[in-house]
Design a protein around this ligand. Structure first.
Ligand code: CA
Length: 232
């Protein structure tokens, strides 16, 4: 199966060239032209790597990079015409895996994509499952289990549970959870998190009974604790 590459780039000419070269190299390619389309496209396509332009209309590449990082370990290569060392540092600090300055040769991009995939794919396989007590998540397959029972979660509920599991033992505020789920936090939407948490709890209860896996920390947020089931 060929690796899928998501290109986030507003310059149509660059997208066309990259698509051509990447497809010739055997990759499947999806492209979006604005930052705000990036996260929905990422969720839908589950690409193996993201080629992300730094300078995008609307939500810029740095915001998109931060949001992608919160969602997982997908390798990110930043593309940028800004050549200052500072930008390079920011890109790498944000968790981008590599950085290519414009103008670039498309052959170079293909070579860097291959190199980053080779380097990250070993690690990635280890990071694609999360475990916390009775809970298990397969990020690649988008599936979650409680005590071996598959949970029927919506996309938002899945992202919430995955976020809490990544930070197990730590309290996450509603704003942090909302940001992780939507890529952006709005105060007026924070209450919506409570309803999603309620749904996840109900589904966990159906699977493993009434155990305190997701705990409310009043005035702060939620914390997921590792819970083992008592032996029957
Ligand atoms: Ca651009």
């Amino acid at each position: 199966m060929s690796d899928k590459i998501l290109i986030v780039e507003d310059e149509v000419r660059i997208v066309r060239t990259l698509r051509l070269y990447l497809e010739q190299a055997g990759f499947a390619v999806t492209a979006v032209h604005t930052g705000s389309e990036a996260i929905p496209a990422f969720r839908q396509e589950r690409p193996s790597l993201v080629l992300l332009d730094l300078n995008l209309p609307g939500q810029d590449g740095l915001d998109v990079c931060r949001s992608l990082r919160r969602l997982g370990d997908v390798p990110i290569i930043m593309l940028t015409a800004r050549t200052e060392e500072m930008d390079r540092l920011i890109g790498l600090e944000l968790g981008a895996d590599d950085y290519i300055s414009k103008p670039f040769s498309p052959r170079e991009v293909v070579a860097r994509v291959r190199a980053v995939l080779r380097r990250t794919q070993g690690q990635l396989n280890h990071n694609q499952t999360l475990q916390a007590g009775v809970l298990q998540i397969d990020l690649a397959a988008y599936r979650a289990w409680a005590a071996g029972r598959l949970l029927d979660l919506t996309q938002t509920e899945f992202e919430l549970l995955a976020t809490l599991m990544r930070h197990k033992g730590h309290v996450m505020s509603r704003a942090q959870l909302l940001e992780a789920v939507q890529g952006v936090a709005f105060e007026e939407l924070e209450r919506a998190i409570d309803q999603h948490i309620k749904n996840v709890r109900r589904k966990l209860k159906e699977a493993v009974g009434d155990v305190a896996i997701i705990n409310t920390i009043y005035g702060v947020g939620y914390r997921l604790d590792e819970v083992e089931l008592p032996h029957a």
